[in-house]
Design a binder for this molecule. Sequence first.
Ligand code: UDX
Length: 469
Amino acid sequence: KGERGEGEGGRRKPHVLAFPFPFQGHINPLLQFSKRLVSKGLQVTFVIPFTDSNLDLDIDQAQRRLPPTLRVHTITINPDDELKSADDFFNHFEKVVSLKLKEFIHAQEALGNPVSCVVYDSIMPWALEVARDQGVVAASFFTQSNAVNAIYYRVHEGLLRVPVKQEELAVLGLRLGLPPLEISDLPSLVYDFHSYPSSLRHVISRFSNFKKADWVFDNTFDTLEEQVVSRMASQWPIKNIGPTIPSTYLDNNILKADQDYGLSLLKPQADTCSKWLDSKETGSVVYVSFGSLATMKEDQMEELAWGITMSNNHFLWVVRQEELNKLPINFIQDTADKGLVVTWCPQLQVLAHRAVGCFVTHCGWNSTLEALSLGVPMVAVPQWTDQTTNAKFVMDVWEVGIRVKVDTKGFFTRQEIDECIREVMDGERGLGIKKNSAKWKKLAMQAVDEGGSSDNNIQQFVEQLVLRH
Ligand code: UDX
């Protein structure tokens, strides 16, 4: 009982098939959303399409840490079949994975545990057709901010044409409830569309059919994006259900919290980080991480390294294995009295630790939302995609951080990094930023608390599924 998704009296619970895109920044929010669904009485099968880049994932170990009604299943794509160009890869991925998804839905039916609803990452819009063909309802799950989605949506509709003109942007900004934007505040896939034409096509393709989905969710919360929420309400069906962060973290109940979201593609050096942080004073540590994908130019890595050390704080820096050789020679040994460099950490645990005083971040949407929801001030160093827009909001809308200035080629200096960290940690502006950070933390908590805006949206979804069941 329980394991097979049976509730009171042996009645089967509605069965959600959650279908993430296999990147860390996409798995985390959907897995956490799945945990919420399970806590509200549903059963979930979390089906990850495996590629060679995440073959290390230890499913059995992950499964032991998840509730029994949240089961993880993988769909494997033969690495030999992967193709080189982005377009080739996405086409191949869709072809192989959509077939396997269909087979999986059939198999569940045959096992007597039919799928009631597919919740798919919006980046795979074709999953909607697969679900519909099997007679199953579906929800599209977005993993970036409402503001970024609104910009991409306009590009998809042809209402924002690339290359973007400043005058058009000003008008558009007002219509979407955005703050005044420079072209370089747009997602880089939009302002630098020449460099990533297929990626832009791909990210906007999610709008091709999203209005046909039975539900559309986004990992953000209403008060955070009030202006965009009110301007877009009549134009799209998106409901906000975030932040998808375990409430134990939001409650500061770290002792009870999981080590991380629960499915880490890279191995976190959890004990090393927590022991090191425990030995540091409250608010004294600068945490630095650029997420799971961003790669940095070697000279920028060097500026960042010396900027962090110049600020003269203790620092915990995540440098992924493949980026380690870009650090200055002997950097780790030479700075060992001040800093700890790890290849991956349990980020939620780190951000929730009392010792962390500021987060130097690339402003991936998850990192941004996690820091904001846990009340950690930021130094924003956006690299690409939505990060540029997120950084704009961090500094000018939510006022929870400072964005580093870059030259015309997009490069920052060590002096700039040093100054921004000092300002956030100890400066006059830092005082206001800390106050705002505390305010947003409270609002994030309210949104996901029982009866909050995000909780209500999740609750309604669950009730609708139960009614159909
Ligand atoms: C990217 C995009 O930048 C993001 O905006 C998009 O929506 C998803 O793809 P990524 O660059 O990896 O993701 O950054 P981010 O969105 O911040 O996600 C990284 C996740 O990994 C976060 O949930 C973070 O908590 C986790 N993480 C990061 C760790 O658990 N340990 C680490 O050491 C670093």
